[in-house]
Write a protein that binds this ligand. Structure first.
Ligand code: FMN
Length: 184
């Protein structure tokens, strides 16, 4: 069993966070969760008030004494999903002023997988620049851009086209989420 950190911000797309936590648990992984204040509010507003329930541990975003604030606490990677432009900017510039952004900064310094799933439209030049900075430092940008070539029938199928790539990049390539191109 692996251990993964999930950070949830106040960008639209709580369903991505809810389903990712579910997929990680279905894959028998330990999930450590931290939500921003707006992350909690948008989850509730978009209909996922119980998104945190399946996580193994849920941290207060102000708790810098939490294990995930230290590089000596081992885990296999972190996903910020959905990721607001505000949090993206902070992570790209090393501003660890909350547990979530500190945990992301730790991932970068420890060279662990750090995946962000940004959501905004349109994106300003600053948003794009921050994503380039983050990608240049080793962050993996998997935008909340679903694909349609597998003809998803439900919103859940659509969301899973993004989450399948997230799971791949966490190294959980044995997942059965969605279909792979040209697989029968
Ligand atoms: C319903 C709702 C949807 C939002 N969607 C987005 C979004 O898709 N992307 C984004 O960057 N901010 C979005 N915001 C604004 C963020 O919540 C806001 O910038 C907040 O400060 C982000 O803080 P956080 O990164 O600490 O969660 C949304 C706000 C609300 C109320």
């Amino acid at each position: 069993m692996g251990r993964y950190v999930v950070g949830v911000t106040g960008a639209s797309g709580a369903i991505y966070a809810d389903r990712l936590i579910g997929h990680l648990k279905d894959l028998d992984q330990e999930v450590h969760l931290v939500l921003t204040d707006m992350g909690k509010k948008v989850c509730a507003y978009e209909g996922f008030p119980d998104a945190a329930k399946r996580a193994d541990r849920v941290y207060d975003n102000k708790d810098f004494f939490a294990p995930i604030a230290s590089g000596s606490y081992l885990h296999q990677g972190m996903v910020v999903v959905p990721c607001s432009m505000g949090t993206l900017g902070k992570i790209a510039h090393g501003i660890g002023d909350s547990l979530l952004t500190r945990a992301a900064d730790v991932c970068m310094k420890e060279k662990r997988a750090l995946i962000v799933v940004p959501r905004e439209t349109p994106m300003s030049s600053l948003h794009l620049q921050n994503q380039k900075v983050l990608a240049d430092y080793g962050g993996i940008i998997i935008p909340a851009n679903p694909s349609f070539y597998h003809k998803p029938a439900t919103i859940e199928d659509l969301v899973d086209t993004v989450l399948a790539r997230v799971l791949d990049h966490l190294g959980l390539t044995h997942h059965q989420v969605g279909k792979r191109w040209k697989d029968s």
